[in-house]
Design a protein. Sequence first.
Length: 435
Amino acid sequence: MSQSAKLKKTLTPFALWALGVGYVISGMYFGWNLGLEKGGTLGMALATIVIMFMYVAFTFSYTELACAIPKAGGVFDYAGSVLGKDIAFISGIAQTVEFVFAPPAIAFAIGAYFNAFFPDVPILGTAMVAYLVFTALNIIGVKAAATFEMVITVLAVGELLIFVGVAAPSFEAENLVRNAFPNGWAGAFAAIPFAIWFFLGIEGIANVAEETRNPQRDIQKGFGWAIFTLAMLCVLVFLSAVGVGGWEAIVYRNGVDGETSDSPLPLALSMVTGENHLLYHLLITVGLFGLIASFHGLILAAGRSTYEMGRARNFPPLFGRISEKFHTPAYALLGNMVVGMLALLSGKTGEIITLSVFGALTLYVIAMVALIRLRKEQPDMERPFRVPVYPFFPISVLVIGIVSLVSMFYYNLEIGLIYLLILFVSYCIFKLFKK
C-alpha cells in the first residue's frame, strides 16, 4: 500500500448516473412506507414534495462544488477550502456517519430477502457475507465495481417500471384521499426522515470525482441525470403503491394496524396479482437488485470519504493509503466494513437509518454554507458549472435542512443525542491528536 499511488480515472457520465441512482434506489423498495404511518398519504406526500425540492436544489448546488473542487472527500474538502479545519472535520465526520451507517441497514434487508426464500439461512450471516463480497469487489477496482453497479442499477430501475406498469391499471384515486391526514401537520413533520430515505446518498457522486475521466464536465451530467431519474421514480412508485389499496395496505402486514412491513411493493402487488402469480415472485426476486445496488454503491462512496479523512490525517493515516496493485482505498474500505459489521450486530436497523439521516442533513447544511462563502470570498475561482437561480437554491436547502434537523431531534431525541455524542467525542480526539 502506498500514499503516493493515485486513484484511477475510469468513470464516465453513464457510470456516474448508475452510481448516483444506485446509491439511492433501495429507498424506493423499502422503508419509505413507514412515513405513511406517521403522516398518512397527505402528510407523507407533503414531506416528500418538500424534500424532493430540497434534493433538486441541493444537487444543483453540490454540483457546482464538485466541479470546482473535484476531490474524493466531498463536503470535507469543500468546507476545508473556506470554513476552516474544525468545520471541515465536523462535516467529514457527518459524511462518514451517513455513508458508513446506511449500508448496515441495507445489508440487513438483503439478509431478510434471502431468509424469506431460504428460512434456514440466517439473516445476520447473509448480511455479513454481503459485506465481505462487496468490500472485496470495491478493493479489486473501481472500474469493475462501477460496471457491476451499472448492470445492477439498470435492472433495479427496470423492475420498478414493471411494478408501476402492473399496478397502474388497479390505481384508484379514492385510495389516495382515504384517511389521508390522520395526524395533521405533526405527522407531516414526523414523516421527514422517511421522505429523505427516498433520496439519501445521491451526493456520493461527488466522492468519486478523482476517479472521473473529466470531472468538470462529467459530474454535472451524472448528477443531473440521476436526480431526474430518482424524482420520476419517486412519484411513480409512491402513487402506484398507495393507489392500489390505500396507505394502510402497504404499511401493515394485515392491512389494518399492528406489525409494520418493510416490503411496500410486494404488499401492493399482492393485491393486484395475488401471491402466487409469476410477476409477484419476479418482483420479490429481482427486488434484491435494488438493495444490492445501494449497498454496493454506498460502500464505494464510504471508502472514498474515509480515505480522504485518512489522507488529511483526521483519521489514522493508514486509511489514507491507496493500494498500488488495485489503485483503490483498500484500508478505508476494510475499516468501514468492520464498523458496519459491528453496527449490524446491534440489530437496530431503524435507528441506524435515522443516524445516517442525521449525518446527511448536517452535510447538506455545511455544504450550502461553504458554497455561499466560496461565492463571496473567491468570486474568481474557476467554476465549470454554476448553480442556477443563485442564491435561491442553496438558501432553500439551508432552510429546509435546518427545519428537518430540528424536526429529527424532536421526534428522535435519543438517536440525536447519540449522533451529537459521536461528533463531540470525535472532535475532542481530533483536537487532542492534532496538537
